[in-house]
Ligand binder design. Structure first.
Ligand code: GLV
Ligand code: GLV
Length: 321
């Protein structure tokens, strides 16, 4: 009997076909609507493998339903949507897609940093709304990126790739991380600093750490208060790392200069969220890894991980915490 696989969102045919050759595959056929929880609860019951996205919460009650499950393959590098301890306790392998999205996510992080510093969305709206009447000395002026100090929180693969881009802009790069990366410090001329020092010294603070119990609300009132009044906060990691109430107040009261967010605590963020009323917030809908090439690679890597486990092999991207 063929093993069973459930895919929680419509994927490109070529990826699905590869899995269909070997397994009995069912898939949620929508692209823009996530699988409802009740549907997933039923679908997961008989399956050996689950291919999922960061929009699905793979928690204890759900895993309870999945008596045959051997692998949860997440199509993302972050896996805070999955209860990895619970999965492990049940002998379920969890995998992610590191590596393939590093450069694409670093590109987007830098794009958001520059768009925020130079007020690009606001300037574009200004023109489209017919406000451009003349060239004027201080019109739509922003902050310089070149030569500024960038503080990277979390020097993983993406953090390093952002640091490399920053060096091309002649930035001074500081980082804070659980462990020091001496090789990267040497190769990229980075300076390791304590968290508080990073907050105090940086013109741009860039959040690039995974969301865990330790990093949740890592940037709150106290941390925002330590930042420069001219500082810009960029978050392309996970919303929960930054406290949104504290960020709202800091932006509203001009305690920091601006923020660029690709991620929110609750996604999709409501258009009524009060952060979205602020002119000094630049925001995009969790598109860090969204290039055609990279999303295809992520789907391929997730499928490969799933197939490895179902075929009794070691998955290349097994989460080991
Ligand atoms: C996207 O946010 C990812 O974790 O891959
Ligand atoms: C993600 O791949 C990271 O380690 O930054």
């Amino acid at each position: 009997m063929k093993q069973k696989v459930y895919i929680t969102r419509k994927l490109p045919d070529e990826i699905v076909d590869r899995m269909r050759e070997k397994y009995e595959v069912r898939m949620w056929e929508e692209e823009e609507i996530p699988v409802p929880r009740e549907v997933l609860e039923k679908e997961i019951e008989p399956v050996d493998g689950l291919f999922c996205l960061l929009t699905e919460k793979i928690d204890q009650p759900l895993l309870e339903n999945a008596k045959n499950l051997k692998v949860v393959a997440n199509m993302a590098v972050g896996y805070n949507n999955i209860d990895v301890d619970e999965a492990r306790a049940r002998g379920v392998v969890v995998t992610n897609t590191p590596g393939v999205l590093t450069e694409t996510t670093a590109d987007l992080t830098f794009a958001l940093l520059m768009a925020t510093a130079r007020r690009i969305p606001e300037a574009s709206e200004y023109l489209r709304h017919g406000k451009w009447e003349t060239w004027s000395p201080m019109q739509l002026t922003g902050q310089d990126v070149h030569g500024a100090t960038l503080g990277i929180i979390g020097l993983g693969r993406i953090g390093e790739a952002v640091a490399r881009r920053a060096k091309g802009f002649n930035m001074n790069v500081l980082y804070h991380n659980r462990s020091r990366h001496h090789e990267a410090e040497e190769a990229l001329d980075l300076q390791y600093v304590e968290f508080d020092e990073l907050l105090k010294e940086s013109d741009f603070v860039c959040v690039l750490t995974p969301l865990t119990k330790e990093t949740e609300n890592m940037i709150g009132r106290e941390q925002l208060a330590k930042m420069k009044k001219t500082a810009i906060l960029i978050n392309t990691a996970r919303g929960g790392i930054v406290n949104e109430d504290a960020l709202y107040d800091a932006l509203k009261n001009n305690e920091i200069w601006a923020a660029g967010l690709d991620v929110f605590v609750k996604e999709p963020v409501s258009v009524k969220h009060r952060l979205l009323t602020l002119p000094n917030l630049v925001t995009i809908p969790h598109i860090g890894s969204a290039s055609i090439q990279t999303r295809m690679k992520m789907a391929e890597v997730a499928a490969m991980n799933l197939m490895c486990v179902l075929d009794g092999e070691e998955a290349p991207n097994k989460i080991r915490e």
